[in-house]
Each structure stands twice: as structure tokens, then as C-alpha cells.
Design a protein around this ligand. Sequence first.
Ligand SMILES: [Zn+2]
Ligand SMILES: [Zn+2]
Length: 305
Amino acid sequence: MLDKALRTPLALPHGVDTRRIVWPYAITLLLYHVVALFALMPVFFSWSGVVLMLAGLYVFGTLGINLCFHRLLTHRGLVCPKWLEHTFAVFGVCCMQDTPAHWVAIHRRHHEHSDETEDPHSPLVSFLWGHMGWMVIENTDVSRLEIYARYAKDILRDPFYKKLEGPLYAMIVLGSWVVFFLAGMIAALLTGDTLQEALRFGTSILIWGVFVRTVLVWHITWSVNSLAHLFGYQNYETTDRSRNNWFVALIAMGEGWHNNHHAQPRSAKHGHRWFELDLTYVSVWVLEKAGLAKQVVRPDPNKTV
Ligand SMILES: [Zn+2]
Ligand SMILES: [Zn+2]
């Protein structure tokens, strides 16, 4: 339940100018939501598209964002061979949550100032602010150069992540659109469909496999910032309002055990009690067994509940 302190909203970060909209973000968010809605039209429905969307939630959301951007790059909770880390980072880029350096910098700032005025996305300002408002309203506190210098120097030492600050980022995103569309079209043509049917099927794969999936991954990630700082239980007394939220943990593959995470940020394992299922950690564990993840940080047994 929301306690008394939550009824007094937190002030917006100092650098926020509510009159200024970050148009590239606002337009992208709007366009993706609008295109994703086309999925509801029967002409663009296909079961293959639905299956690809569901698989994409795991590949792009869990491996790209949770495992790579969050647990690996931001918190250094594990180490993977560079080729694999970069592959996962490309999956993360396909989720359109900005570049790895930007994601890491914003998230490290969130941990440093969780639920204080300097937090870029505390839902104690308002639910909508913490969920998505913080991205579309200008906040000069988190202008790229300033937060990069402070929070993302280590990331930008890797030439690949530095390159992603340039046109490569958009090329990967647009490239993923082309790959999904063409894969759908070619598959249809190979099974003897007409060109018109192949065009329809390719569009269906694009809408479900890219747009619906991206919008869902967005809301899943954003729920960690909003819901998991408002509702749920705490295993640890932290200085912030982070909560363990079973619903968010379920949809975000373990990222909803957010109070555990704030208590022990470096741990690559967010589920600390036997029933706190953490499928992102299961993936880390499988990679470790396969020799593809090393130096996996686990919860401190002296602190664990
Ligand atoms: Zn948090
Ligand atoms: Zn974190």
C-alpha cells in the first residue's frame, strides 16, 4: 500500500523545464505506439508475428536490456566475452531505449539518487512522470555530455559503444526493421504465396516482431521504474522506495525484485528468496555453465534475507 509519505509528491529535478518537450523522444514514442496499434487490424495479424513478438520479448528485452544494459554494463554483475556482450548490446539497441552509454548513465544516476529530487525518474513525483514523462520533458541535469562524463566514462572507452553514439545506432534500428520485413516476405514467397500476400505477411512480421514487441518492452522496463518504486514488499530497508513487485518481476523476467536490487545493486541475481523467480538470472546461470559468463556477482549471504 502507498504510505503517508508518498502522498506528498517529490519535487521535479532542478533541470526540468516543463515548457520544453524533447521532440525526438516524444515523436518516436508516439509513432511506435500508433504503428503497434495497427497490429489490431485483422489484415496485419499472423500467429508467426505473435510468436516472434513473444520470442523477441526474451531476446531483445531480457538479453538486451536486463542482462546486458542493466546487469552487465551498468552494474558489472557479470563478464561475458566481448563478442557476446556486443551482440547482446545490439539486441538492447533494437529496443530503442537510447544508446548503452546513455542508458547506463541515467540508471547509475537513478541508483545514486533513488527517489530524491535528482533521480531522473522517480514515480514519487507522479506515476506518469516515473513511467514515461521523464523522457519527453527536458531535464538539463541529465544532458548527455554532463552525465556521460560523470557516469559512463568506462562504457565509452569501448570503441563499439562510442560508435553507437553516432549514426550506427539508427542504422541498427532501421536495419532490424528491414530484417524482420524481408524475413517475413521471403518466408511467404518460399511457401508459394503471391507477392501481394508476401507483402502483407512481411508487414505483419514487422508490426508484431518490431513495433508491438518494442512498445511492450518499453512498458515492461518503465514498470520497473514506476510500479516497482511504489507497490510491493521490501526485504531490505533501503533509503529509497524500491519494492519487490511480483507482477513486474513476472513480466520483466526478474527485474521486479527491485528492492533486492537496490539493496545489492551489483548482484546479477535479483531474486533473493526461494520463491523470487528471476529468469534473467537463470539466463546468466546457463551462460556461466556454458563458459560464456564469468565473475558472476551473487547476493552477499551476510545481507541476504
Ligand atoms: Zn530503482
Ligand atoms: Zn540497477
